[in-house]
Design a protein around this ligand. Structure first.
Ligand SMILES: Nc1ncnc2c1ncn2[C@@H]1O[C@H](COP(=O)(O)OP(=O)(O)O)[C@@H](O)[C@H]1O
Ligand SMILES: [Mg+2]
Length: 488
């Protein structure tokens, strides 16, 4: 067993472990330290029949962990000292550069006092983390700055996941402990005048950069606070980007342009993070600049490029349970504000009534998103929402209302390989007896799975011509018949 360990452990990790120098007063790694000593822990891990990792890696990972733990300890101590020494009142007006140099000075002095020597890289990391701690959201800052990250999901202080390109991965970012995490949560929610504690254990908020934030703290969150952040993207994906990413085809884009321009009422349906808001935002780019558009959202995310846009954001009740302004309140008021179109970020409750009414009463071209897995499912969700809103109406009447309000359902999906695609475009054509009739125009066909786990598939037309062809034509959108013809 031992001989195997020896064999696998060669060569020794080349990278010096900087933290070994901490406290020794010598920032240079000593030669002996560069070579790992076989230690009990490492041998234990190398011993099983199929070792998970080569021991050299285990030793390196162990060193890296020690280095991180040590840096974390130092950070806590320095943070304490910083808060004692920094002139907090002056922080507001200090420039970033000033503040950074002040932090560097205070931390250098403190490290000196503690006789701790750090190499340049660790010093820079530490000072940046201290800056993030004092001015920003601590460990979350690096993830917030990372452009490739879409979502940040915190499951207690030691497990922070991010979503990139539709895939979730565990990061090596951690909080020191639950108290540290709670302090950052408190910083976020108090900035928007909210509070979380045992009696108010959850909260929605918006970060200064526009990102959506939700948290749930113990004891309701069992293993430490849960945080989810949907990052705000300044550069929204445009139709051309989405076509380029394979979210839909140019033919589908041409169809959607006609649908939006001819003021069909559109619902974007999809699961969480499937790209509903992104799609809605991209679709809105087809709205004419002369139209008056009002948007209503729980968290303002949409970025319409038109000049005549009025944006509204609902408001949850304050700590005393007062002052709530719901999406429904906004929507009712919006109807008195002479809109051409109304866009509701996500319909999830009683506002469905007013949304359907708006769509049925001359605000053609209105759009919203709902949480559903298919066009059919989307219709059921609408029916349920109407029922939940306490409206006593026979089902057939509800369906009539829906069928005459909604023209088009666009299905957004996040597939198992992380890709986001418009998997179906379905028109609502009316009622057949008790049933809402619809026809699918485009769909995504799955053809198989590549060895690397990527889904192989293609978009295809169903061969059904649009129910709205006449309308498109009369508005000047002459879509070639070929876009409705299926391939293969
Ligand atoms: N087709 C796409 N390709 C790549 N990224 C996308 C696509 N659609 C959406 N995204 C990204 O996915 C994340 C979630 O999208 P979003 O529209 O907010 O989802 P939803 O509203 O369904 O929860 C965003 O960060 C967005 O930029
Ligand atoms: Mg959304």
């Amino acid at each position: 067993m031992f001989s195997r360990y020896k064999k696998n452990s060669d060569p020794a990790p080349a990278k010096p472990a900087p933290m070994e120098a901490v406290g020794s007063g010598n920032p240079q790694p000593r030669a002996a330290e560069a070579k790992p000593e076989p230690r009990a822990g490492a041998i234990m891990r190398a011993a099983p029949v199929q070792p998970l990792r080569a021991p050299a890696e285990v030793v390196a990972a162990d060193k890296e962990k020690k280095r991180k733990d040590r840096l974390m300890e130092l950070k806590v101590e320095l943070h304490k000292r910083l808060l004692e020494n920094l002139n907090l009142a002056a922080l507001e007006n200090a420039t970033e550069a000033n503040l950074k140099s002040e932090i560097a000075a205070i931390s250098a002095e403190a490290l000196d006092e503690m006789s701790v020597a750090l190499n340049k890289d660790d010093r820079t990391t530490l000072n940046q983390e201290l800056y993030d701690e004092v001015m920003g959201l601590g460990p979350l800052e690096t993830l917030l700055k990372d452009e490739s990250v879409n979502d940040i999901l915190v499951n207690g202080p030691k497990r922070i996941f991010v979503e990139r390109g539709g895939k979730l991965t565990l990061t090596d970012v951690t909080f020191k402990d639950e108290r540290h995490l709670l302090r950052i949560i408190d910083k976020i929610v108090s900035a928007v005048g909210r509070r979380v504690d045992e009696s108010n254990p959850y909260c929605d908020a918006r970060l200064a950069d526009g990102s959506r934030f939700n948290c749930m703290v113990p004891p309701i969150a069992v293993d430490g606070s849960l945080v989810s952040i949907r990052k705000f993207k300044k550069e929204k994906l445009r139709i051309a980007d989405l076509v380029q990413f394979g979210a839909f085809t140019e033919e589908m884009a041409a169809y959607l342009q006609a649908a939006v321009s001819c003021r069909l009422n559109i619902i974007v349906s999809g699961g969480t993070g499937s790209g509903k808001t992104t799609t809605l935002n991209a679709l809105s780019s087809f709205i004419d600049n002369t139209e008056r558009v009002l948007t209503i959202e729980d968290t303002a995310e949409l970025q319409l490029q038109q000049i005549h846009v009025g944006r509204m954001e609902s408001r949850p009740p304050n700590v005393e349970g007062k002052g709530a302004v719901t999406q429904r309140d906004c929507l009712r008021n919006a109807l008195r504000m002479r809109p051409d179109r109304i866009i509701v970020g996500e319909t999830r409750g009683e506002e469905v009534i007013d949304m359907l009414q708006a769509m049925n009463t001359g605000h053609d071209g209105s759009m919203t998103t709902i949480h559903a897995n298919s066009a059919r499912d989307g219709i059921s969700r609408l029916e349920n929402m109407v029922a939940m809103a306490g409206i006593e109406m026979p089902l057939k009447a509800v369906r009539n209302q829906i069928a005459s309000a909604v023209n088009l359902i666009v299905q957004a999906s996040r597939l198992q390989d992380g890709s986001r695609r418009m998997t179906s475009i379905t028109e609502i054509t009316g009622m057949e007896g008790e049933v809402i009739s619809m026809q699918e125009i485009f769909r995504y066909e799955r053809l198989g799975l590549a060895p690397d786990g990527k889904i192989i598939g293609r978009f295809n037309a169903t061969g059904v011509r649009s129910h709205y062809s006449e309308r498109f034509r009369s508005w000047g959108y002459n879509l070639p018949a070929s876009i409705y013809e299926p391939i293969g």
